[in-house]
Design a protein around this ligand. Sequence first.
Ligand code: SF4
Length: 283
Amino acid sequence: MTGRALITEVQNTWCPGCGNFTIQHTLKTILAEREATGRSLDDVVLVSGIGCHAKIADYLNINSFYTLHGRTIPVATGIKLANPDLAVICCCGDGDCYAEGLDHLIFAAKRNIDITVIVHNNRVYGLTTGQYTPTSPLGFRGKSTPLGTAEFPLNPVELMLASGATYIARGYTKKMDQLKTLIRGGIDHPGFSFIDVLQICATFFPAADYYTPRVYEPGDHDPSRFDLACALARKWDYNADARIALGVFYRTTFPSFNERLGTPKKSPKEREQGIRDLLASRI
Ligand code: SF4
């Protein structure tokens, strides 16, 4: 199928100004460009979790799996192991994958599963109307923390460096061109790719006035240097005058989990027959 309409007719219920629109548009553009170069979109699978971000599986017209809270990554892992020819893209929320599904994130990075994880990191539980998440800033006042949080936020880039991810980037929904480059780079990367996206939640954490003057692209950063990536990751918003780096922090190549398992190549026909045999053996 070519030239398909990439946006479905499902009614979009994201709030006006939500950064999820930027991520959706960015993915749509990347998919359209992929199709224009003759690569079938039937080879792409989108997996989403639970949260505002997850509705992207309803809105983008590609193969998708709308899974349980925190379980995007194990589902994506299973898909990739069963069919290594697929490009598997996970859209997760920060509550979804830095809280409920944190262990899955760490182990997917450690194993270098060849999937792309895009975290819609709005630093708040938006769907449930404003509770704090693992990345909410210190002092964040929300429904569950009316006096402000008393804990520092998780630093996802640092966590992924420690876990062994082979492509680690941070984007921002007010920098769409750069975001497109980062996500496309992640999809093309052979191994586990991770893009933490500072996503504006227009309703419960409208942080654009905070981020926009602080974000920058370090022109002299060498993403092949692990030590430099670690130093850059530490420059996070632990204090009021911090600047926030965007771009690829770290990139390296290492055999993926599928490669190390030595999963034999199968044609679509052989795969289909394998599924038939499996189902028949269960009856
Ligand atoms: Fe977007 Fe926030 Fe509205 Fe959810 S609550 S749709 S994240 S603006």
